[in-house]
Design a binder for this molecule. Structure first.
Ligand code: GMT
Length: 376
């Protein structure tokens, strides 16, 4: 495959989409492509020197005449400059709005025949797609892209349902960097966190938005804790953290719920975990499930969005209906009490990661797409 010059735009610090965009860029660079991140700040996982990765910062200035700083226009302007200066073959943007719309404007400004690939991650569709002030722009961004991908079949269906674009959308699943995400020997980390050897560890990782239903995680844990000695690790930060802290205060589980805030070395925390909970109301994929699975952690998730495409019920974990905390607790206790079941679920988790979501396989799928639309 010929080496391409690929521009990547994402929200560099936003959860899963930022992680996928950055990891993809790093892996493409390792395969010899020239990668140009065009973002408002340094992607947070770009943590070492890569000779063929360049970061182009989008500077957004505030002017008193504007009520809002013109991020979208500044981004399109920067994209057009990079297309011209670097001779980009492909621009891969994450999110239909504003990024696909900016890419289309930039292509026009640069008078280029660059290929535009847009990846939908969920929030742009499941939250914004319902908003009539934005849905026309989302449809435009999708229809004018050369190729549109979504991170699950469920997100493809939801996009068709909500936006009805006249454009085929192809599923390309998310992936994890298997080197980073694998079960590690983390020494006495459990002890350092004040967790006794006989206590099971349950983990939840999110941005604590309402849609993540973190209170359901804590209430399920409360039920599990009545049966089994355990600790709950709550990793991340966001609007629901304070209410959840208030809920826990004064309860018998208070000392068993550890609020760890945002953490970089998630694989170390997964490595001491026995069970992962993701009980969201909306979730187009659930990248944290895949990260946990790569570290051999069985998962319980809600039967919503793309979660059933990641958790195969009874194989690497269990699915429950939204809000059914009794069922979460029932499955949780079952997994934590039965070492053979736990072992089988852990082993299948790794197998599923390798068979369906391996980074090499997914990166090749993106490369094949770039080849289809790259400047000839
Ligand atoms: O989940 C979030 O709030 C962050 C959001 C994002 O834009 O990064 O995550 C979305 O994209 C991830 C990567 O594709 C998916 O794993 C998440 O499921 C998806 N979030 C939602 O659909 C709520």
């Amino acid at each position: 495959m010929r080496k391409l010059k690929i521009g990547i735009t994402c929200y560099p610090t936003v959860g899963g989409s930022g992680v996928i965009a950055t990891e993809l860029g790093k892996m493409l660079a390792e395969k010899g492509h020239d990668i140009h991140f065009i973002t408002s700040s340094m992607p947070f996982r770009l943590n070492k020197m890569y000779p063929n990765i360049t970061y182009h910062q989008v500077e957004v200035n505030s002017y008193s005449v504007f009520q809002y700083a013109p991020y979208d226009i500044a981004l399109a302007n920067k994209m057009a400059e990079v297309i011209e200066d670097e001779g980009l073959d492909v621009l891969h943007v994450h999110y239909a709005i504003p990024h696909a719309v900016c890419a289309i404007l930039a292509k026009d400004m640069a008078k280029s025949d660059i290929g535009i690939v847009t990846t939908l991650h969920g929030t742009d569709i499941t939250v914004l797609g319902d908003d009539s002030s934005l849905s026309g722009a989302i449809r435009y961004g999708i229809e004018k892209s050369d190729i549109v991908t979504a991170v699950s079949d469920s997100l493809v269906s939801q996009t068709v349902e909500l936006i009805a674009p006249k454009k085929e959308i192809e599923t390309i699943y998310n992936f994890v960097d298997e080197e980073e995400y694998s079960k590690k020997d983390v020494g006495n980390l459990k002890e350092l966190l004040g967790i006794r050897p006989d206590e099971k560890v349950i983990i939840h990782v999110s941005n604590f938005r309402k849609v993540k239903h973190v209170p359901d995680v804590v209430k399920s844990f409360e039920l599990i804790r009545q049966e089994i000695p355990a600790k709950l690790l709550l990793v991340g930060d966001g609007p629901e953290k304070h209410p959840v802290m208030e809920y826990v205060k004064g309860k018998s589980i208070e000392k068993d719920v550890l609020f760890l805030g945002k953490q970089d070395n998630l694989s170390e925390l997964y490595s001491i975990s026995d069970l992962m909970l993701l009980l969201s109301q909306k979730e187009s994929f659930g990248l944290v499930l895949l990260e946990a699975m790569a570290c051999e952690v069985p998962c319980i998730g809600t039967n919503v969005g793309g979660i059933p495409e990641v958790i195969s019920h009874g194989e690497n974990g269990f699915l429950v209906e939204l809000g059914d905390i009794a069922k979460v607790a029932e499955y949780g206790v079952k997994i934590l009490r039965d070492p053979l079941l736990h072992k089988n679920l852990s082993e299948t988790s790794i197998q599923i990661v390798q068979e369906r979501f391996s980074s090499s396989q997914i990166v090749e799928q993106y490369e094949a797409m770039y080849e289809r639309v790259a400047r000839k």
